[in-house]
Design a protein around this ligand. Structure first.
Ligand code: ANZ
Ligand code: ZN
Length: 826
């Protein structure tokens, strides 16, 4: 008897597939193309269950699409620049490139042991010069088109990691990685002008029906488009402009004070030489300890300080006091806000705290005007205390007031975005060097294309300090000016790793190109990505940056699509004991252990079976066992039929099938239909797998009914083939092994996806004679093969029967399956 020996057969097939190159694809194919992409991993050293889930899902999609007749691009690579490699270097004295290379080798081995269908010929590794050369080249394209610029910026600085952090890497005022309180520091930094693309990034979300709604909402909120009016307030003393941005210009008559961000350039002018100066300076220092995220949080305790100065409301000529506060940030709108305590809760709290007046200008329709508000009235209503606008709805007044302001030159309609330019400078070593030099004569100069890549030097020292290790390289600093040939120094910053991952999907289309980042015709052939699969933690940044890059490249004529990812699947987390698997919680299940114990096919089946892809998945040891037992059951069933399958000859004679044949065959075709739809339409691998499990049960039932050698060979052959073909994308090794044991040549992974026949799906019916007290009263068509109980149920539910039985008691029901029912009544 042949045993299910996954330990031998899995590596055997992995090697065979690799040898035969069955996952290699090119652009010359008469099949339609399909690009299946999973987010590439950071090579931290070992695959975790999140990876296993991500890559198992992707592998089913890729294999399924291949079987459906597509030319499928399914690549893999490494997001391999970044901080952990550098920290490992500092802590353990291993060079980041060595650490990274070892980790890649290990994780690649692990991926191979999962049997994922990658075309490894297309591997892209962002930390290798043949890749980052093009990251640098792309930087220069942005630079030359005015989309990369340098400016001094107050940045989030983690004193412990000694690096700049993006806003999103600051969590509740602390470094996302090490938890140290983040400080502010003014540095010359490189930015990408993603804000130029804010509107397009927003509008084009409409073109992505294949994205989860929640991801689109997150992107939308991140872009944060807001329509309002910039109102031209002025300083009372000097007449200098102090514009404010408001979305509620309908409340302009209710303004009772102004608040400025402490960093606002007017603050110094307004307070210089006054009695307020010293206190204001102290207040500013205090506020600057807070991050923008804290300052915009609802929980923030609002604090403020009067500056001693006044502003003029251009609509009313009224003078109002100017305050500074911790809740107004400089880099949104104009950094100045008109305070309307009656209609904004934040302003209300502030006014109550500091005894500022509250003036109602909108009230609920049909209600008496309130004297003392206990909270701000933020709902729509009727305008009061607002001159000629009184009595209007506030919505109508919005338009009226904006028109009035524009006519009188008191303000203008503006659109603001919350999206900020993308800070890409990192004062770190393990990243792509920014290809810029500074010449003593010519100033800042881009490195010439033929001088790329700017290679990361290896003669650097790693120690925890505020400086980039690049600065310790004796060779890196000196450069020649590409313009005058004179002495120049290199830019020492490296790029944010999100830059590397913003275009890797394009490199996969043409990974070995040494002349270009990618050839346009190849990218045109494959792009866009038909299915992108990854964690929801990338819903904002990575996806936004990749969309931005794609749009820039589209504008430069380098790609023909404006959106990179047509369909997006965000998979849920893998939990154990109710929480995310993590080292700190000590609840990690190692993929390698599971593969060792049960095999890759069981690991994949469990991951796919335990939950629909978008939901969180709870690890369950006994369910893993269950999947293993199921594969053994498949194994035994198919092995018992190997002879029958091999000997079955000729086409099936559907006319001569027995009832048992027809019933079993119906299950086979119904399962094929369900599995096809579950995978193709909904990615419901879990329900697809349970349908396959039921089909295997039906196979055992059929065998019980017909005996080991007794079934119809053609029916059995069809069932075994369909079963293996459907298992192929899910459990690729066992499917391949059984396929070959059944006498097939060629890989099952190059076969077509099984079809189902409408005819075979149909239920057989039989005509049943219905008797009441022995007299024939009716004839009914019902499903064939019903047992006595089911038959009784169906017949008793029939309407026609009621005329004979109402008012009577049914004493007994006699059933003869497939033939007759006799109802005895009294
Ligand atoms: C007066 C007002 C009255 C406001 C009212 C709201 C309600 P969104 O929708 O997010 O764009 N604001 C403007 N610039 C700000 C800054 N730099 N820091 C903090 N707050 C700022 O929000 C626009 C509103 O946020 C603006 O409208 C302004 O307050 C405030 F009953 O102006 B409003
Ligand atoms: Zn020069």
């Amino acid at each position: 008897d042949v045993k299910y020996d996954f330990k031998t057969l899995e590596p055997k097939w992995q090697d065979a597939w690799e040898e035969a190159g069955i996952y290699r694809v090119t652009e010359s194919s008469d099949r339609p193309e399909y690009y299946c992409l999973e987010m590439f991993p950071y090579p931290s050293g070992n695959l975790h269950m999140g990876h296993v889930r991500n890559y198992s899902i992707g592998d089913v999609v890729a294999r399924f699409k291949t079987m459906q007749g597509y030319n499928v691009l399914h690549p893999m690579g490494w997001d391999s620049f970044g901080l952990p490699a550098e920290n490992a270097a500092i802590q353990r004295g291993i060079h980041p490139s060595v650490w990274t290379k070892d980790n890649i080798a290990n994780m690649k081995r692990q991926l191979k042991s999962m049997g994922i269908s990658y075309d490894w010929e297309r591997e892209a590794t962002t930390c290798l010069p043949d890749y980052y050369k093009w990251t640098q080249w792309l930087f220069l394209q942005l630079y030359k088109n005015g989309l990369a610029y340098k400016k001094k910026a107050a940045v989030n600085w983690c004193p412990s990691c000694a690096t700049v952090l993006a806003n999103e890497q600051v969590v509740e005022g602390a470094c996302e990685r090490c938890g140290t309180v983040v400080a502010k520091k003014d540095l010359e930094q490189w930015f990408f002008k993603i804000t130029d693309y804010a509107q397009r990034l927003l509008d084009d979300l409409e073109k992505l029906p294949g994205w989860p709604e929640k991801v689109k909402i997150m992107q939308k909120n991140w872009i944060g488009r807001s329509e309002g009016v910039e109102v031209r307030f002025k300083a009372a003393a000097t007449g200098e402009p102090l514009p404010v941005f408001t979305t509620r210009h309908d409340t302009i008559f209710g303004v009772t004070y102004m608040v400025l961000a402490p960093e606002h350039p007017m603050v110094e002018k307004l307070t210089a030489g006054t009695a307020y100066e010293a206190d204001v300076k102290a207040f500013i220092r205090k506020v600057q300890q807070l991050s923008n995220i804290d300052r915009t949080s609802n929980e923030l305790e609002k604090e403020g300080l009067f500056t001693g100065a006044y502003a003029v409301n251009p609509m009313t000529g009224e003078e109002i006091p100017i305050w500074i506060t911790n809740y107004v940030i400089m880099d949104y709108g104009t950094g100045a806000v008109m305070g309307v305590p009656a209609h904004d809760q934040r302003d209300f709290d502030f006014a109550k705290k500091y005894g500022l007046p509250i003036k109602v200008v909108i009230q609920p329709a049909g209600e008496e005007q309130k004297e003392d508000l206990t909270y701000a009235y933020e709902e729509p209503g009727i305008m009061v205390n607002s001159r000629e606008f009184d009595g209007m709805s506030n919505e109508a007044a919005m338009e009226g007031i904006a028109d009035f302001m524009e006519h009188q030159g008191l303000g203008k309609r503006v659109i603001n975005y919350r999206l900020r330019d993308w800070l890409i400078s990192r004062q770190r070593y393990w990243g792509a060097p920014i290809p810029i030099v500074y010449c003593e004569k010519c100033g800042m100069q881009p490195v010439a294309d033929d001088q790329l890549p700017v290679i990361l030097p290896t003669d650097v020292e790693f120690k925890p300090s505020g400086e980039s290790p690049l600065k310790t390289s004796p060779t890196f600093r000196e450069a020649t000016c590409p313009r005058c040939g004179g002495k120049a120094t290199r830019e020492m910053d490296t790029m944010d790793t999100f830059v590397c991952s913003s275009w890797y999907f394009l490199r996969y289309c043409d990974p070995k190109n040494s002349e270009q980042a990618f050839a346009k015709d190849k990218v045109d052939y494959w792009m866009n990505v038909d299915q992108y699969i990854g964690g929801v933690e990338h819903a904002i940044l990575h996806l936004m940056y990749a969309r931005f890059f794609t749009k820039v490249l589209f504008d430069l004529g380098l790609v023909s699509v404006e959106e990179p990812f047509e369909n997006l699947l965000t998979q849920g987390m893998v939990l154990k004991d109710g929480s995310k698997m993590s080292k700190s919680k000590g609840n990690v299940v190692s993929p390698e252990d599971i593969i060792h114990q049960y095999g890759a096919d069981t690991a994949r089946m469990f991951i796919l079976f335990a939950a629909p892809p978008e939901r969180d998945l709870e690890w369950n040891d006994s369910a893993v066992e269950g999947c293993y037992r199921f594969l053994n059951r498949v194994w035994r069933a198919v092995v018992s039929y190997l002879d029958v399958v091999q000997k079955a000859e000729g086409p099936m004679d559907t006319g001569s099938l027995s009832q048992a044949d027809r019933d079993f065959r119906r299950v086979v075709h119904q399962t094929t239909k369900k599995v096809t739809e579950d995978i193709a339409i909904r990615f419901n691998f879990n329900t697809a797998i349970s349908a396959i499990m039921e089909m295997v049960n039906a196979m055992y039932n059929y065998r019980d009914k017909t005996g080991e050698q007794g079934g119809n060979p053609a029916v059995i052959k069809e069932a075994v083939e369909k079963l293996l073909l459907m298992l192929a994308p899910l459990a690729p090794h066992i499917a391949e092994e059984l396929w070959h044991l059944a006498g097939k040549t060629g890989s099952i992974h190059q076969e077509s996806w099984p079809a189902y026949e409408e005819e075979a799906l149909k239920q057989d019916t039989v005509n049943i004679v219905v008797q009441v007290n022995g007299k024939i009263r009716d004839r009914l068509d019902v499903a064939a093969g019903l047992d006595g109980e089911s038959l009784k149920e169906v017949i008793l539910a029939s309407e026609k029967l009621a005329q004979w039985t109402t008012g009577k008691t049914i004493v007994k029901v006699v059933t003869v399956p497939n033939k007759l029912v006799n109802i005895v009544i009294k």
